[in-house]
Design a protein around this ligand. Structure first.
Ligand code: AP5
Length: 226
């Protein structure tokens, strides 16, 4: 299964990618996570990406395209992958087609108000990248501590409401051509992502199974959404 999750900030791309990664053992490739790791290591790439990310702006296409090309050349993507946050521009979408054939592009549709509320409560584990929320499920069992690593959860700097609103605006300004591009290829699936994770995850999973895109058996069948 080679799928792309797209949607405004807070739509749940990372959340659903995490669910499929755990249940089906398929790699989750998030360009945002790759940049945050480079920033935490203070690499040249990380310092450059930070100047864009901190303002809620997009990192330039050639930088992102090179990162994705390198990641998709690694052997673990042979069983499939879930791309999260890429492509984000039409240049990236056209470039991705030169690298691989994509089975489906899932557009998770979320309203601005829901996105701002979710992101103000988002907390992430700096070790395993698991995503939690202090207002919605999945909440950490112990306040602000990862259930798996015991690490103190962190809040992303770009999750402040003003920056979220800018990211949301940038998303909808740049996204129409990408949606049209995938619609014309007949691989676009649109889902109302304002609903709870427990409603959206099984619906998405069923669509992928019914369309014969998700063909592999779960490696951990008991993983539950949220
Ligand atoms: P990135 O990390 O990709 O951020 P984003 O796209 O803005 O998306 P988010 O991670 O904020 O949202 P999400 O949809 O994954 O939500 P999540 O599942 O965590 O990119 C960051 C920056 O990097 C960009 O702004 C840009 O600068 C740069 N960048 C990255 N890729 C790039 C590219 N290709 N080109 C150029 N620049 C690039 O959910 C959010 C919260 O809500 C969580 O707490 C979750 O628990 C909760 N939640 C999710 N779903 C539900 C639900 N149904 N009900 C209740 N709570 C929910």
């Amino acid at each position: 299964m080679r799928i792309v999750l797209i949607g405004a900030p807070g739509a749940g791309k990372g959340t659903y990618a995490q669910y499929f990664r755990e249940k089906y053992c398929i790699p989750h490739i998030s360009t945002g996570d790759i940049f945050r790791e480079e920033i935490s290591k203070n690499t040249d790439l990380g310092r450059l990406a930070k100047t864009y990310i901190d303002r809620g702006e997009l990192v330039p296409d050639d930088i992102v395209n090179n990162i994705v090309k390198t990641r998709l050349s690694q052997p673990d993507v042979e069983r499939g992958f879930i791309l999260d946050g890429y492509p984000r521009t039409i240049v990236q979408a056209v470039y991705l087609d030169t690298l691989v054939n994509i089975d489906a592009v899932i557009h998770l549709i979320v309203s601005e108000e829901v996105a701002v509320k979710r992101l103000s409560g988002r907390r992430t584990c700096p070790i395993c990248n698991r995503v939690y929320n202090i207002y919605f499920e999945p909440k950490p069992i112990n306040d602000e501590i990862c259930d798996y690593d015991g690490a103190k959860l962190v809040k992303r700097k770009d999750d402040e409401p003003d920056i979220v609103r800018n990211r949301y605006r940038v998303f909808y300004e740049t996204f129409k051509p990408i949606l049209d591009y995938y619609r014309s290829k007949n691989i676009l699936i649109e889902i109302d992502a304002n609903r709870s994770i427990r409603e959206v995850a099984p619906e998405l999973e069923n669509i992928l199974i019914t369309r014969n895109i998700l063909k592999i058996k779960p490696c951990k069948p008991d993983v539950k959404p949220g």
